[in-house]
Design a protein. Structure first.
Length: 152
């Protein structure tokens, strides 16, 4: 088997002086939760998305759980995802009372295999959380997304 990607292509984040200064501003302001910077960020994101409402959350886990709840997903529903992820991806599905259904990954891209996703769809499937460690290579395939696709 050949791979187009190096194994686990994590990279060192870029943290420049402007970023450090911006974080210092927040710490000095005394607002470390939902302060004016958060409101400004939500307003800018909303403008970017053509006026759609934008809300920020404190973590990826919280965001995925809220997304599932907003989509009305709960007991008796199935959510297709991958086990090649952090446990939070499956945990939030269980937390809302639904059942995680795992679709295997493509061994080359390591993204969830969309053919296996399609094969796993049942009348109880209400959402897909694909998790794309190499998103750009399958972004085209992910778009347009099924209505309840939550990109984790
Ligand atoms: C794919 C994925 N989903 C969710 C999470 C959880 O994010 P958070 O730690 O912000 O709750 C992680 C964390 O590593 C993740 O890698």
């Amino acid at each position: 088997m050949t791979s187009a990607l190096p194994f686990l292509p994590f990279s060192k984040p870029t943290i420049d002086e402007a970023t450090i200064a911006a974080v210092s501003d927040v710490l000095r302001s005394g607002w470390i939760t939902s302060g004016p910077k958060v409101a400004a960020f939500e307003a800018q994101m909303s403008e970017y998305f053509g006026g759609r409402p934008v809300r920020t959350f404190n973590s990826g886990t919280c965001t995925m759980e809220i997304a599932l709840r907003i989509a009305g997903i709960g007991a008796g529903d199935e959510v297709i995802t991958t086990s090649i992820s952090w446990v939070a991806t499956a945990n939030v599905i269980i937390e809302v009372g639904a059942t995680p259904v795992f679709a295997d990954i493509d061994p080359v891209t390591r993204n969830i295999d969309l053919d296996k996703v399609e094969a796993a769809i049942t009348p109880r499937t209400k959402a897909i959380i694909p998790v794309c460690p190499a998103c750009p290579s399958t972004w085209t395939a992910c778009t347009p997304s099924p209505r309840n696709t939550i990109c984790a």
